[in-house]
Design a protein around this ligand. Structure first.
Ligand code: CDP
Length: 220
């Protein structure tokens, strides 16, 4: 059996990587793992129990044996959960506890899919350094804050755009400056700046890269 075809998609919050990952998954028939859900899930479990995400013991306990089933149906896409996720994500023991699940997903994609697309912060550098295609997706902080604000204000009508902007910069800094697996572009990643690109245009650019890689692997 051919080994799975793996796409690594990294980048900061609201850069467009989640939407691109879903488009890639649907178009190429690949399994998709949003790895941010794992960190958000761990953070949500701690907050739900009234714990402190900065507390090592609480974070390690929540990450050990973590399963997405434990947070099924929970509202983990909120601002506070995102902020807490970046706090727990800086802890090496938390990252180590979540690593095997991510690697297994890429090595043996569910439902016998021919491959997988994983999006996150360290997929091309740490989780799947041998991925067939790597992207680092970015956009200006102003554009990313606007996208996230438009998304969040559906459920939080009073939310100010400037608040989202500040939270985003704080999270970017925490993710890029942590010692263990910081958010970074892999040396062999394609850089995709979506500041002035529609989703269709960004996806078309990504497809050109992926189609080239599929041809090289003899899969097209
Ligand atoms: O969707 P959004 O880009 O806002 O964030 P996310 O992908 O859901 O990730 C939430 C947080 O989890 C990030 O700010 C990171 O701190 C952490 N994370 C990480 O450290 N490594 C990953 N591979 C994915 C997420």
């Amino acid at each position: 059996m051919q080994r799975p075809f793996v796409i690594a998609l990294d980048g900061p919050a609201a850069s467009g990587k989640g939407t691109l990952a879903r488009r890639m998954s649907a178009h190429y028939g690949l399994a998709h793992l949003d790895t941010g859900m794992l960190y958000r899930g761990v953070a949500w479990l701690i907050l739900e129990a009234g714990g402190d995400p900065a507390d090592d013991a609480a974070a390690h306990a929540a990450a050990r044996g973590f399963s997405l089933n434990a947070v099924a149906g929970a509202d983990i896409r909120t601002g506070p959960v995102g902020a807490a996720a970046s706090v727990v994500a800086a802890k090496p023991a938390v990252r180590a506890a979540l690593l095997d699940f991510q690697r297994r997903f890429a090595e043996r994609p569910p439902n016998a899919a021919a491959g997988a697309v994983l999006d996150g912060r360290d997929i091309g550098t740490v989780v799947c350094p041998g991925a067939d295609v790597k992207f680092f997706v970015s956009a200006s902080p102003e554009v990313r804050a606007n996208r996230r604000w438009l998304e969040l204000r559906r459920t939080r009508p009073g939310l100010e755009e400037v608040t989202v902007y500040k939270e985003l910069l704080e999270r970017d800094a925490r993710d890029a400056e942590r010692a263990d697996a910081p958010m970074a572009a892999a040396g062999d990643a394609e850089l995709l700046d979506t500041t002035h690109l529609s989703i269709d245009a960004a996806f078309a650019a990504a497809r050109r890269v992926i189609d080239g890689a599929l041809r090289r692997c003899g899969l097209e």
